[in-house]
Ligand binder design. Structure first.
Ligand SMILES: [Zn+2]
Length: 234
């Protein structure tokens, strides 16, 4: 993790001409994030009149190297110019976050592996947990409140897992036809063009919006530009 942090400071200096310090804190201290269960996230914030990159961690993820590195990889891609999508009609849009995370992830995992992160071990755990949910069908009913959420979560896991794990998950998925169909549509969009290329990655995000007919006024969001604005207007 030290290498990620060292590179982070070099990159900030190069791209932002500003040393964006990293602050680790608990998610419950963020007014908007305190209710989101089970998700750590990194966001720029102003602390003591200084702009810093806050990594808001879940209680169980507190000082977990893997999670902190994962969040920093997300932010590093944004520094490098990876753009996201935004729904202007709904500032609290949950689907927007899900789609952006789904399309960030292949690049995040690639980068995290380059830094020596044990991504495969984590994926193995996720595959197991999803297979349990599908087989026992307990939380799936909860998931069912939002089948789109479930499909994105499963597609994300299949796409980013080593083939021998994802193959087993695909087999089990056959038990749930509706979910399987949606997962396959998402996976086929993810494979439609080079997801590792920033421009085509952004286009694929819009393809999901179109395919599932997700309502709203969707625009391209330049996270790097926004970050520079926060730093230089402060
Ligand atoms: Zn992530």
């Amino acid at each position: 993790m030290l290498k990620i942090i060292a590179d982070w400071h070099i990159l900030c200096d190069e791209i932002l001409n500003y040393d964006l310090e990293i602050l680790l804190t608990e998610r419950r201290f963020h007014p908007r994030l305190s209710n989101n269960v089970g998700q750590s996230v990194a966001l720029p914030n102003i602390v003591n009149e200084k702009v810093v990159m806050c990594v808001y961690l879940d209680e169980d993820a507190w000082l977990d190297n893997y999670i902190i590195s994962h969040e920093l990889c997300h932010q590093r891609l944004k520094l490098k110019g990876l753009k996201t999508i935004r729904n202007l009609s709904d500032p609290q849009c949950f689907i927007e976050n899900m789609i952006n995370t789904l399309f960030d992830h292949p690049l995040v995992y690639k980068l995290h592996k380059e830094y020596g992160g044990d991504v495969n071990q984590m994926k193995k755990k996720q595959v197991k947990s999803i297979m349990n949910i599908i087989v026992k069908d307990i939380h799936m009913k909860k998931y069912r409140g939002d089948i789109f959420f479930a499909s994105i979560h499963v597609a994300d896991t299949i796409f980013n897992s080593p083939i021998n794990y994802s193959r087993r998950l695909k087999e089990i998925l056959k038990r749930d036809e509706d979910l399987e169909k949606k997962v396959n549509i998402i996976l086929s969009i993810m494979k439609k063009s080079d997801i590792y290329n920033y421009d085509s990655n952004l286009t694929l995000r819009f393809n999901i919006i179109k395919e599932f007919n997700i309502k709203g006024e969707w625009i391209i969001h330049d996270d790097l530009k926004k970050l520079k604005n926060i730093i230089y207007s402060n």
